[in-house]
Write a protein that binds this ligand. Structure first.
Ligand code: ZN
Length: 306
């Protein structure tokens, strides 16, 4: 490892854990750590941990002869990136927390705040599976479903910090009720948790989405049916996404993407069936795994310098 040089401090704050790193301007991670979010202790305590960890990382950089330039923080929920405010989050409990200002005051460095899925999309679009495309839709499928629309390396935030909620596109009006309160959202049909729940309901024995994918691939009829229904719903959501955004590349990330070709092959075919005059996007698996959020936070930090 070369000594000296510039780095940014990057934190990706999730419901249970924080992925944190010192990242060089070229995207190389020089140091990484993980911490518990401790959401049960309440939002004030989480904010305290974020600031302590960020300060610790900046100190570590200096101790190693590196110069910390800026800090980037990614959080879930509704994020007002322009004002640097964590507006609302179900799993961390944030309500209008001015995290950017707090980080700048504590670290004495420029800071940026971003939405976890949007910065993940930013990283996939600039450094990962979408790096050869100018128009990218990143879709993260895990316990929920959310997307980021990235054009020329910049992710659209929406007027209220809530762009990309593809999981709440209505795909089955008579479908199961979504966490948002409405029946039939894509997320209620095709998130990893929805797939596990649906199979468990029908089979009377519990299984995760990954297990359903495995059983479907092995030829189990019920698993195959549940998996197909989810893929069809996802294709409906992606077709809507393509009608809205006309992208070159769709990058599929999140836990469900680990099903690999078992997801992407049937999804590609189902999406193709739904497109009429729209151009078919390239459909690929995410390349950065669970590091995407942290790398995206680093990119946001670097962007404060340009
Ligand atoms: Zn919903």
């Amino acid at each position: 490892m070369t000594s000296g040089g510039e780095v940014v401090v990057a934190l990706d704050v999730g419901g249970t854990g924080m992925k944190c790193a010192l990242v060089r301007p070229d995207g190389t991670v020089v140091h990484a750590e993980r911490h518990a979010t401790g959401a049960a202790r309440g939002p004030e305590s989480v904010v305290g941990t974020i600031l302590d960890v960020a300060e610790g990382l900046a100190g570590k950089a200096r101790a190693d002869g590196l110069t910390p330039l800026a800090c980037g923080i990614a959080v879930p929920g509704v994020v007002d990136e322009a004002r640097g405010v964590a507006v609302w989050s179900a799993n961390v409990g944030f309500r209008d927390v001015p995290l950017r200002e707090l980080a700048e005051a504590r670290l004495g460095l420029p800071a940026a705040l971003g939405h976890d899925v949007r910065v993940g999309g930013l990283a996939e679009a600039r450094l990962g599976a979408g790096r050869d495309a100018r128009h990218v839709l990143f879709v993260a499928i895990g316990t929920g479903i959310a997307a980021a629309h990235v054009v020329d390396g910049s992710a659209a935030t929406g007027a209220h910090g809530a762009a990309g909620e593809i999981g709440h596109i209505l795909v089955r009006p008579d479908g199961p009720r979504c966490g948002c309160g409405r029946p039939g959202c894509l997320e209620a049909m095709a998130s990893a948790s929805a797939i596990g729940r649906r199979y468990t309901e029908l089979a009377g024995t519990s299984a995760t989405a990954a297990e359903v994918a495995g059983r479907a691939a092995a030829g189990e009829e019920l698993a195959g049916r549940v998996w197909r229904e989810a893929v069809e719903a996802l294709a409906d959501g992606l077709a809507t996404g393509q009608a809205l955004f006309d992208v070159d590349t769709m990058v599929i990330g999140g836990g469900l993407a680990q099903a690999g070709p078992g997801l992407l092959d049937p999804l590609r075919a189902a999406l193709r069936e739904r497109l009429t005059f729209h151009r078919e996007p390239r459909l690929v698996a995410a390349a950065l795994g669970d590091e995407a959020g942290c790398l995206g936070a680093a990119l946001l930090a670097l962007d404060t310098r340009s």
